[in-house]
Design a binder for this molecule. Sequence first.
Ligand SMILES: Cc1cc2nc3c(=O)[nH]c(=O)nc-3n(C[C@H](O)[C@H](O)[C@H](O)COP(=O)(O)OP(=O)(O)OC[C@H]3O[C@@H](n4cnc5c(N)ncnc54)[C@H](O)[C@@H]3O)c2cc1C
Length: 465
Amino acid sequence: MSKIVVLGSGVVGLAMAMLLARQGHEATVFERDDAPAPGSPEEAWSGWDRGGVAQFRQPHFLHCSARQIFDQHLPEVKEALLRAGCVTFDYLTLLPPSITDRAPRPGDERFVTVTGRRPVVEYAVARVAEEFLPIERGVAITGLLTGPSAAPGIPHVSGVRTTDGVEIRADLVVDAMGRRSKLPDWLGAIGARRPLEEAEESGFVYYTRYFRDASGTIPPCRAGLLTHFHSFSLLTLLCDSGTWSVTVFFFTGDPALKALRDPARWTKLIAACPAHAQWLEGEPISDVLAMGGIVDRYRRFVVDGAPVATGVVSVGDAWACTNPVQGRGIGIGLIHAVGTAEVVREHVDDPVALALAQDTMTKARATPWYRDTVAFDRRRTTQIAAAIAGREAPSPTGPLDLLPVAMLYDADLFRAFLEINSLLALPEDVLARPGLADRIVEVAGTHQPPVPRGPSREEVLRMLA
Ligand SMILES: Cc1cc2nc3c(=O)[nH]c(=O)nc-3n(C[C@H](O)[C@H](O)[C@H](O)COP(=O)(O)OP(=O)(O)OC[C@H]3O[C@@H](n4cnc5c(N)ncnc54)[C@H](O)[C@@H]3O)c2cc1C
């Protein structure tokens, strides 16, 4: 049994700590925010002060991979989500009418997820975690402690220091401090090399409003959860307890659309989209919440074949954070946490082997999702830039780019799309299936990309003027 400290009590940090506690390690979570987990889901939504998570009340969706991980590794969490009012959602209910083959397939249950508002999800995870292990809230960590090196010239982390100067020794430190994690600076302060880091502004602004129906009736979903119009997109997410969120997002470099911050204009735009207007039929339970300036950022802690330090690993957003257009952050983080737990189980007594195995695992299981998400962002910003300039967007060419069209006309391609979208199977693994890439190209070749029903760019600009 090892002593492990997990820094940060977001959903990924808590899940990580529970996975480690389940292996028999003495895991403790240290969280900077001092507010305790509230007494009910509704208090979590209305009053939980979680300043450490800037996106706490922004729209969140848990993908099927997250549900699958909870089922396999932390079934208590899924039970707690359901008790907290989270909704069970079967993605196959979105099978479009253009697909006539409605026959079920073996394994279709993998497309079911359980999701809710982020404060409610985190409330449920935190209540379970409290039964597993200590969560020390109101303890901010400010730097790393070092011990004897496990390999020449590589600093070894042997604990952390709080802002009050308290030293906490540990066999392993897990950085789950989210997208604002300062671990590279802390590593620099103990003489370690900096990790490799890539970062780019994702380029989107989000305007979100939440609604509730007192009778618990959720409006019918007449389009997918995510619909891309010319220069804006709409994201409609089912949440818990008869609530849902509606988000308009667009390119940062499109100042004309910033007028959508005004609730009246925001409402007018949604009302003008026939397949989405029904999402306004509820009582608004928030203002139009804005968020922008979100970066895609990735870190690698093995440089030139050697770890920058031992005794410390990063998980979830602290390792890599993505623009939330595809709502993948928690799902990717949980995949990473499960892989990290496996690495710890194998190598906890060998710090160098642990650091190298963590890098290999991350590269194989989590990095491809980061790359896929960034590639999606770049494709979408190219499309939007073309729409703003009044140009045709470049035509999709490769099978992965053509899949969003082909999946509307073929039941198996629809499932292939869902597997990728929901982080159930990596794109390269799906495309490697015999005949699948050819089938995508063939189906997409006989159909035009659908044009979502709603106002043209000129009409939107007139509406917002
Ligand atoms: C607008 C927006 C919408 C999103 N929507 C989705 C979605 O639909 N689906 C999805 O899966 N993901 C979504 N995400 C991503 C998701 O929010 C993150 O992936 C997720 O929060 C990562 O969890 P985490 O535990 O790694 O980090 P976080 O949740 O960020 O938690 C980090 C924790 O570390 C604590 N901390 C920081 N510094 C210290 C310190 N020095 N000492 C102690 N504690 C510290 C913080 O207070 C915080 O509690 C969205 C993100 C954004 C920005």
